[in-house]
Design a protein around this ligand. Structure first.
Ligand code: ADP
Length: 272
């Protein structure tokens, strides 16, 4: 009987070890797939602009471009280099945020002061490129809120950049601020091309772009909303996308009103 008991114990331990091993293998496979996905996206997204810029430079060196056209070519080269630079910067920022190597520098201020600082640059017609920006702000906004203005600004900018990029000149973008019992809600709505409902939950994944965006020539890397989501999570907040009844979509940013700790403990899982 004792022997039977021992065998049972051993079998159980073996089964547990087997399960753990299987879990580890699954984890490693997921990580390997994630690495492959990142490498293929990064190499593709860097290769395209680099090849085009290289082609223009070769054409100039080989004397195939008339001198009068050289400034136009230099402009195009500069555009491609800017794209590469943006991609590298976004990748770097996202990797620091995802691995929590970035610490927030929280500041406490009244809600109206935070909104002023977040939205100041959006009063400029140059950044709106022909879209109008409407505000719907509540009367009472002196509740204190704690946030890292730099990073939260990045998140809000990425959402507003998209509202501009994926809507038409002449259309309106609305920013609505609302006080919920424990959080400040910012709704950013546009009347643009919208997002298919099956893509709504994917738009925050790194490198994800809805097909029309990928194919329309609208520049982008699919990293802006992934950065925004990491920033909100580090604040203990959230970000969601939803569809409007009319064309267009609404992004809701939820910033908690309680104190934000500069947090390094929560390492987010690598997306698969
Ligand atoms: P990108 O650099 O491609 O804009 P993002 O991470 O900011 O990357 O957004 C991911 C994708 O979500 C975009 O490629 C686009 O397909 C979709 N998207 C984001 N915001 C909007 C919006 N306001 N209207 C329509 N589609 C949007």
């Amino acid at each position: 009987e004792e022997l039977e008991h021992k065998v049972e114990e051993r079998t159980l331990a073996l089964k547990q070890a087997n399960d753990e091993l299987r879990q580890r293998i699954d984890e490693l496979t997921r990580l390997g797939n994630w690495r492959k996905k990142w490498f293929s996206h990064i190499s593709h997204d860097l290769k395209t602009p680099a090849t085009i810029a290289g082609g223009f430079i070769d054409a100039i060196i080989d004397g195939k471009v008339q001198p009068a056209h050289i400034p136009r070519y230099l402009d195009k080269i500069s555009d491609r280099l800017w794209t590469i630079n943006q991609l590298v910067q976004n990748l770097y920022d996202l990797s620091l945020l995802e691995t929590r190597q970035t610490r927030l520098k929280p500041e406490t201020m009244p809600v109206y002061a935070l909104l002023e600082r977040l939205l100041a640059k959006w009063n400029d017609p140059l950044v709106l490129k022909g879209r109008t920006l409407n505000y719907e702000l509540p009367m009472i906004m002196d509740t204190p809120v704690t946030a890292d203005v730099h990073y939260l600004g990045r998140a809000v900018d990425n959402v507003l950049d998209n509202a501009v990029k994926y809507s038409h000149p002449g259309s309106a973008i609305t920013i609505q601020a609302r006080m919920a019992p424990r959080s400040l809600l910012l709704h950013v709505s546009d009347c643009g091309i919208g997002i298919p409902s099956e893509s709504l939950k994917h738009v925050f994944d790194s490198f994800y772009r809805v097909d029309p965006a990928r194919n329309s020539g609208v520049p982008g890397s699919g990293l802006g909303l992934a950065i925004a989501r990491e920033v909100l999570h580090m604040h203990g907040g959230e970000i969601h996308a939803s569809l409007n009844e009319n064309p267009g979509c609404t992004f809701t940013i939820e910033i908690p009103l309680e104190e934000v700790e500069p947090d390094v403990s929560q390492i987010s899982k690598a997306p698969v």
